[in-house]
Design a protein around this ligand. Structure first.
Ligand SMILES: [Fe+2]
Length: 285
């Protein structure tokens, strides 16, 4: 049996569809999703529709990512500062696109889950690490060994870093399928992993599926996202085209510039985002 593992779609329904087509071509029968379904790309409901259709056709497991946690925190009255602009406009837009049923679905998702399937080693699924959706799980970090010691399952599936990798530490195999929607250092590709078992073997294949990144960039404009969060959308476009993480770079620079000039930390005003874009050579859409 072959299983596909997908994480970090971030609303890129075009990349998701390409990944699913490739998974079907490879004979995948089941799907495991590690969270961060929406936010960053345009028309996030399209991603949820694709997932809903898939879950009617094949067995699927869905976990919650940190982006779903943000949206739920906003609904609960937290993160109330979201507004148009590059600082939080992408989340503001995404939240407005969600239906109450979408948010209820996210609220019902687990943060971690053990999955046992015939012929496969028991697997623990999480988004960042088993303790925290936005936690990290670095191969060589001392805390990774500590985290792994408390895990009974021999295989851990996790996402969040947007990088495909597989490592073995303390007898545990840790697999990251990369990002289906916004992979790092991979333009015009959606990433996922295929797990295969049979006759005592367990194999992991890291897969990349080509899709039309320009079509996803065009949707940043037609959705209005490029007007709501101009610098953020421009940085997402670079990410989609090249995999270069300008999102994090622009965010850090906007905050640093505001801090330098005003001493104020936290929420950066648009003027600092625009200056950050200029310094990074980021062209608005
Ligand atoms: Fe994430």
């Amino acid at each position: 049996m072959r299983i596909a593992v997908l994480s970090d779609i971030h609303g890129n329904h075009l990349a998701l569809e390409a990944c699913l087509r490739e998974a079907q071509r490879l004979g995948v029968e089941r799907y495991l999703f590690l969270g961060d379904y929406v936010s960053d790309c345009a028309f996030p409901r399209k991603t949820l529709e694709v997932l809903e259709t898939l879950s009617q056709q094949a067995p699927c497991v869905f976990l919650r990512g940190n982006r779903e946690e943000y949206l739920l925190a906003h609904r609960a009255g937290g993160e109330s500062h979201w507004c148009p602009g590059s600082e939080s406009g992408s989340l503001w837009y995404t939240y407005r696109e969600m239906t109450p049923a979408d948010l209820d679905w996210m609220a019902g998702l687990p943060n971690r889950q053990r999955v046992e399937l015939p012929g496969f080693p028991p697997m623990l699924l999480c988004h960042g690490n088993p303790e925290k959706t936005s936690g990290t799980f670095k191969a060589d970090a001392p805390e990774t060994a500590e985290l792994l010691q408390g895990i009974a399952e021999p295989v851990v599936l996790r996402g969040h870093t947007h990088l495909q990798d597989v490592f073995i530490r303390a007898g545990e195999q840790v697999i990251n399928p990369g990002a289906a929607g916004t992979p790092k250092w991979m333009g015009g590709r959606g990433c996922f992993a295929v797990l295969e078992s049979g006759e005592g073997r367990f194999e992991v294949r890291l897969v990349q599926a080509a899709y039309d990144a320009e079509a996803a960039v065009a949707e940043l404009k037609t959705s209005g996202l490029s007007e709501i969060a101009p610098v953020w959308a421009a940085a997402v476009a670079v990410m989609l085209r090249t995999g270069n993480n300008f999102i994090a770079q622009a965010l850090r620079m906007a905050h640093a510039l505001q801090q330098e000039e005003t001493g104020r930390d936290g929420f950066a005003e648009e003027v600092y985002w625009l200056r950050a874009a200029e310094r990074l050579g980021l062209t608005l859409l």
